[in-house]
Design a protein around this ligand. Structure first.
Ligand SMILES: Cc1cc2nc3c(=O)[nH]c(=O)nc-3n(C[C@H](O)[C@H](O)[C@H](O)COP(=O)(O)OP(=O)(O)OC[C@H]3O[C@@H](n4cnc5c(N)ncnc54)[C@H](O)[C@@H]3O)c2cc1C
Length: 427
């Protein structure tokens, strides 16, 4: 019922236990069967169950096994791409609708946390997107202007203000996004599961969906131990997807991302580094992110996979990089380490698919899945309940298309990050 601390690191060690769940045994009926127990699937399940629907969730491994249990925990508003690039890519209707929805998405997360009393260390003081050099400053200035034109509560900080908020002079400025914040992600996804169960959803873990077939107007989804027959199928497997819809995995390029957690820092360091507890990341192409957990551990991450030669290279780099950003931290030890795969799409935007009649999926979050997955799940539930038309969902319907040069790009991300972090030792 738990994930492995070797794959889920600090989050597995500090999250409340997952609610008890069992593999599916036998054949059951539901209004909607959700495949995948992450933010998207469990938010769908919670909202659909709250609407009075009969919901069954099939999770191949454990709750939060995928990106939802391994991420940094930055509850962001918006996507990686610049706000103006969203309507440029999707058209004005979809673009502005998506921006409006994602702009309020962190608030939706924190409201759910409050409403269901989810113990997931919420911090609501915002996030800091830290500018590296003049190019970084230009990027965040444009981003701030584009959000401010839409009335968002974002602020451009100069170098002095940034140094006070970050506790480091490494940055030329920062974009403070007061809509955003941080959570303990595995605790949050387990809390969503607990809330969905309380509203009557059934959650079956260690129950990978293996095959689907038509059953009247609905579908029969088979696992090794039984099957769910339902009117609707919601596929929420994102970057961790496997059978029976491999096209969801194939439309994404996997970007590996690791995190290291220090031991709880001393009082002086906790007062000087991120004193207001914002979550932070920088504008570098191979970016770094850092945030505190509630116990005062600094969680520091960047691009790369902690396997093979990658593990020692990234570990040594993380020590050096932390000491450069926060010289007073000294030679820090790490208590936990883990990594996961981020699903990137060719245009850095998520996708909405109808894989067959009444089979729907959101995926491809490009490293922004906590708040978007939560609100997309809410919208999927409303769509299944007949309250939101397909055309009113936040993204246009597209067919899954295999990502260009997928394997080459995946190798480039993994080896490129190793090379960059190794070469950095010689700077
Ligand atoms: C290291 C890392 C850092 C990140 N940092 C952030 C961040 O700071 N902020 C942010 O917003 N986002 C971040 N993300 C992205 C975010 O975690 C994901 O976008 C989000 O978790 C996607 O949620 P999901 O529910 O759609 O999919 P997932 O959480 O990946 O869940 C998919 C689930 O489907 C299950 N599954 C797969 N196939 C089957 C099957 N056949 N049958 C049943 N179950 C199946 C898997 O076991 C998995 O549990 C990060 C991701 C990673 C990996």
């Amino acid at each position: 019922m738990q994930n492995d601390p070797r794959s889920h690191g600090l989050w597995e060690r500090t999250a409340p236990s997952a609610p008890p769940t069992q593999p599916l045994a036998g054949d059951i009926k539901a209004d909607v069967v959700v495949i995948g127990g992450g933010f998207t699937g469990l938010s769908t399940a919670l909202h659909a169950a709250r609407d009075g629907m009969n919901v069954a969730v099939l999770e191949g491994v454990e709750i939060g096994f995928g990106g939802s249990g391994r991420n940094v925990g930055l509850v962001n508003a918006g996507m990686w791409v610049m706000p103006d690039a969203v309507p440029a890519a999707l058209g004005a209707d979809y673009g502005e609708r998506l921006l409006a929805l994602l702009g309020e998405a962190p608030r939706a997360v924190f409201e759910l946390v409050r409403e269901h009393a989810i113990a997931c260390e919420p911090e609501t003081q915002g996030t800091l997107h830290c500018a590296v050099g003049a190019a970084g400053l230009d990027e965040i200035a444009r981003r701030a202007a584009q959000w401010q034109a839409r009335g968002a509560d974002v602020h451009l900080l100069d170098a002095e203000e940034t140094a006070a908020k970050v506790g480091s002079r490494a940055y030329a400025g920062a974009l403070l996004d007061r809509r955003a914040g941080t959570i303990q992600p595995l605790a949050y996804v387990r809390g969503l599961a607990q809330a969905a169960l309380r509203h009557g959803a059934r959650i079956h873990t260690r129950s990978p969906a293996l095959a689907t077939e038509r059953a009247g107007a609905g579908w029969r989804v088979a696992t090794a131990g039984g099957a769910v027959t339902a009117d609707w199928v919601v596929v929420s497997t994102d970057a961790y997807g496997s059978t029976p819809w491999p096209e969801i995995r194939a439309e994404q390029v996997h970007l590996p991302y690791f995190n290291f957690a220090t031991a709880p820092l001393g009082d002086d360091l906790r007062r000087s580094i991120l004193p207001e507890r914002q979550g932070a990341w920088d504008t570098r192409e191979i970016l770094s992110s850092f945030r505190f957990d509630r116990a005062g551990r600094l969680v520091f991450g960047s691009v790369g996979a902690l396997r093979g030669t990658g593990a020692p290279i990234h570990r040594a780099w993380a020590r050096r990089a932390l000491a450069r950003i926060f010289p007073e931290i000294g030679d820090v030890a790490f208590e936990a380490e883990w990594y996961g795969q981020i699903g990137m799409t060719d245009d850095s935007l998520p996708r909405f698919h109808k894989l067959a009649p009444n089979v729907i999926a959101f995926s491809g979050y490009n490293g922004r899945g906590i708040a978007p997955g939560t609100v997309f799940g809410r919208q999927l539930a409303a769509h299944v309940a007949g309250r939101i038309r397909e055309a009113d969902l936040p993204l246009p319907l597209t067919p899954p298309v295999e990502a260009r040069l997928r394997r080459l790009k995946e190798a480039y991300y993994e080896w490129g990050a190793q090379f960059a972090h190794f070469a950095d030792a010689r700077l």
